[in-house]
Design a binder for this molecule. Structure first.
Ligand code: ZN
Length: 232
């Protein structure tokens, strides 16, 4: 089956990093909503132009437009073997719309990966990690000894106290909007909970194992009647 993966996790859980690692390992496109919005805007698709007008006016892109842009992205040829969706869906209504798209396009079941990290750990991580003042990216562990960003030359510095309030607010928004999604997906055979308190390397291994396990389960359950099902 195609590996149609949704990567979920609170801010600071390493979701983006893990999404990228997994996508690279499996040769799948990593699709983030920021990237596809930028793509749609630069390709001047009707939805892209609509989104651009919204962004330019300082508003958030509404669900219907966002869902339309995600759908357009999932029509491209490079997702035939699967994709890793990072940052979408964020709400139950977006998740329902995505299920509708998967059904409409007759795609394999979504594999939902939720990286779990307790709030205290997230706060500690986010207040001690270093951020590039130039491009905004986080310094990764391999860059621990560098004082400036190898990508843009900006200075790495730690978040300040003012930012702690911002981080707490982001965690609150995640709990309010995105945690109900875990309940929405919980119970599906293709739902994987990953312990995000482990090292990034270990999380990446666990994630790969979990996805392998659920993707084979799913294809076994899809076996035609009469065929031998190799399960347990
Ligand atoms: Zn930078």
């Amino acid at each position: 089956m195609a590996l149609n993966v949704i990567m979920m996790g609170p801010p600071g859980a390493g979701k983006g990093t893990q999404a990228l690692l997994f996508a690279e390992k499996c040769g799948l496109p990593k699709i983030s909503t920021g990237d596809i919005l930028r793509e749609a805007v630069s390709e001047r698709t009707p939805l892209g132009l609509k989104a651009k007008a919204v962004i330019d006016s300082g508003e958030l892109v509404d669900d219907v437009t966002m869902i339309g842009i995600v759908r357009e992205r999932l029509l491209k040829a490079d997702v035939a073997e699967g994709f890793v969706l990072d940052g979408f869906p964020r709400t139950v209504s977006q998740a329902k719309a995505l299920d509708g798209i998967v059904e409409e396009l007759k795609r394999d079941s979504l594999i939902i990966v939720a990286i779990e990290v307790p709030d205290e750990d997230l706060l500690r991580r986010m207040t001690t990690r270093r951020v590039c003042q130039g491009c905004g990216r986080n310094a990764d562990p391999a860059e621990a000894k560098l004082s400036s960003c190898p990508k843009c030359g900006g200075d790495f510095s730690q978040r300040t106290d003012d930012n702690i309030q911002v981080i707490k607010e982001r965690l609150k928004v995640y709990a309010r909007d995105t945690e109900p999604l875990l309940d929405y997906y919980n119970g599906r055979q293709t739902f994987c909970l990953i312990d995000g308190t482990q090292s990034p390397g270990r999380v990446s291994e666990m994630l790969l194992e979990a996805i392998k396990a659920v993707s084979s389960t799913d294809s076994a359950t899809r076996t035609e009647p009469g065929q031998r099902v190799e399960r347990e």
